[in-house]
Design a protein around this ligand. Structure first.
Ligand code: GLN
Length: 538
């Protein structure tokens, strides 16, 4: 039978970056652990149709779903916490809403009406809120509204939430407001005023929050809780403390202690007598916090100043580390910082080297030098997307003697276009949504290290790139020991390359980091960490 969904809205106040995504994912996890089918979506109030065209410095990593949507990095948290798959419907921007409304207007769908923010934009937002619930697949849909209450650009979203609450009625809708309780050192006190103001902003927009989740450096005493309850109109048991956590993975357990899940369920008039089953999660936390070993892995990229740019890779190491009961210290290294003369100094203490995804030629030489160092010194190596492309260029130049080999992305007139555009990419002019995106199948050769890691020959992984390994060179590569251990069964495009004569040298054109979750750490990351451990012991 199709389920009738209930809706939870998560708004934020006082400042951005309070971690709405983590709170939403943690609540989702707790509800899921009580047997509910849960999904989470995020609305982003910016005008880009999707974050695919954003520089990583602007907004961190662009997360890609199976259906090829380029989305906000919070969707990565949703998938990693809940072990679910998200899709385009889980991330909607202002740009997409307007794009769809304007397209309908041009098609004459509004029958001569004046098209306006209210009702047309807000209706389109509501369609997107209801869309996931109407699939009949979910008991609970959590909707996170990006940005802060009071921002001009989030107004239509807040108005759509108000209308949805009105349409669904109080037992089908819960509104959670995430806010900051700053600690003033000079006064020696936690301050509630910014929260009072932010709740007033919400009230002005017609929304009385049901639950306050309060980020703070310190614990909230009873006095503060009472004050917040009185001035913000919420029951005292709905003032939830969210102290700064050691890791994001502690947050579900912290929210459980504060009974956030129970508060939500009572609002929905659903019984919450039984506890959620979070033993598996606690097991993971136990392993994460009590490592018996430690390795240092260098992540070589060009956006390393902003760690959010490689969010999913960093989290994949957390999952794979816990699985190996090993602390993975990721050293963030800037590929522009090293040359042939400095590479030894920069990389000699590492137990593993990962060359990260990326675009454009800035820092490319440093990446190629790092690959060479890993290959020649038999240090475990993992190349992802651009990392594979760099590894192949390095091999072509230094092993096969094709000195001029390069990727066409970096040198359009290279004599050896080792990494090249596919025919169907050549005439594309637009930048948005035009790469090879989303899930594609890959067939793995038996007996390879990739096969050992996955334990199967048929996999599906997610992509986000324009350029591909040029199969014209494949025979030469394989003859020299660089094997295509995974290929797309339909197009024959290379997906995985590995070096036979090396303890662990693996490169993939897809993004394995997008599929690692707490429950299912990614096999290639697990094996990479294992290889790093073995290297260290040697
Ligand atoms: N710039 C490369 C390409 O477009 C690699 C992309 C990536 O690393 N995600 O093919």
């Amino acid at each position: 039978m199709a389920r009738k969904a209930k809706y939870i809205f998560v708004t934020g106040g006082v400042t951005s970056s309070l971690g709405k995504g983590i709170i939403a994912a943690s609540l989702g996890k707790l509800l899921q652990a009580r047997g509910f089918s849960v999904t989470i979506q995020k609305f982003d109030p910016y005008i880009n149709v999707d974050p695919g065209t954003l520089n990583p410095y602007e907004h961190g990593e662009c997360y890609v779903t199976d259906d090829g949507a380029e989305t906000d990095l919070d969707l990565g948290h949703y998938e990693r916490f809940l072990n679910i798959r998200t899709s385009q419907a889980n991330n909607v921007t202002t740009g997409r809403i307007y794009y769809d409304v304007i397209t309908k207007e041009r098609e004459g769908e509004y029958l001569g009406k004046t098209v306006q923010v209210i009702p047309h934009i807000t209706d389109e937002i509501k369609n997107n809120i209801y869309k996931l619930g109407e699939t009949g697949k979910y008991d609970i849909v959590i909707t996170e509204i990006g940005g802060c209450v009071g921002d001009i650009e989030s107004l239509p979203f807040i108005e759509a939430v108000r209308q949805t609450r009105f349409e669904l009625g109080p037992t089908n809708c819960v509104s959670i407001h995430l806010t900051l309780i700053p600690y003033l050192k000079a006064a020696g006190e936690l301050k509630t005023k910014p929260t009072q103001h932010s709740v007033k902003d919400l009230l002005e927009a017609g929304i009385q929050p049901d639950i306050l989740v309060c980020r703070s450096e310190r614990a909230l005493n009873n006095e503060i809780r009472k004050k917040l309850a009185l001035f913000c109109n919420v029951p005292i048991n709905s003032v939830i403390e969210a102290q700064d956590a050691e890791t994001i993975y502690d947050v579900p357990v912290m929210m459980r202690k504060e009974k956030l899940d129970e508060r939500v369920l009572s609002k929905f008039k659903i019984s919450h007598k039984k506890d959620p089953k979070i033993e598996g999660w606690k097991n993971f936390l136990g392993k994460l916090k009590n490592p018996t070993e430690e390795v240092n892995i260098g992540l070589i990229g060009k956006y390393v100043e902003l760690k959010d740019a490689y969010k999913s890779i960093a989290e994949s190491f957390v999952h794979a580390g816990a699985e190996n009961e090993c602390r993975v210290n990721v050293k963030w290294l800037h590929s522009e910082d090293f040359s042939k003369d400095t590479v030894e100094r920069n990389l000699k203490d590492l137990d593993g080297i990962l060359v990260a995804p990326g675009f454009g030629d800035r820092g490319i030489d440093g990446k190629i030098i790092a690959v060479q160092y890993a290959r020649e010194n038999k240090i475990p190596f993992f190349g992802i997307c651009l990392g594979l492309q760099c590894a192949m260029v390095e091999f072509a130049r230094n092993v096969l003697g094709l000195k001029k080999a390069h990727s066409v992305e970096m040198n359009s007139r290279t004599k050896h276009p080792l990494i090249d555009l596919m025919e169907d990419q050549k005439n594309i002019k637009n930048k948005g949504g035009t790469m090879r995106l989303g899930a594609y199948d890959c067939l793995i050769k038996k007996g390879t290290k990739a096969h050992q890691a996955y334990g199967t020959t048929k996999i599906s992984e997610r992509h986000r790139h324009r350029y591909e390994f040029n199969n014209k060179y494949l025979n030469e590569f394989e003859a020299a020991g660089m094997l295509a251990s995974g290929k797309n069964p339909k197009t024959n495009l290379v997906e995985i390359m590995e070096l036979a004569d090396h303890p662990w040298f693996m490169a993939c054109q897809y993004h394995p980091e997008l599929k690692s979750t707490v429950l299912n750490p990614h096999p290639l990351f697990i094996k990479f960490v294992k290889a790093a451990l073995a290297h260290k012991k040697n």
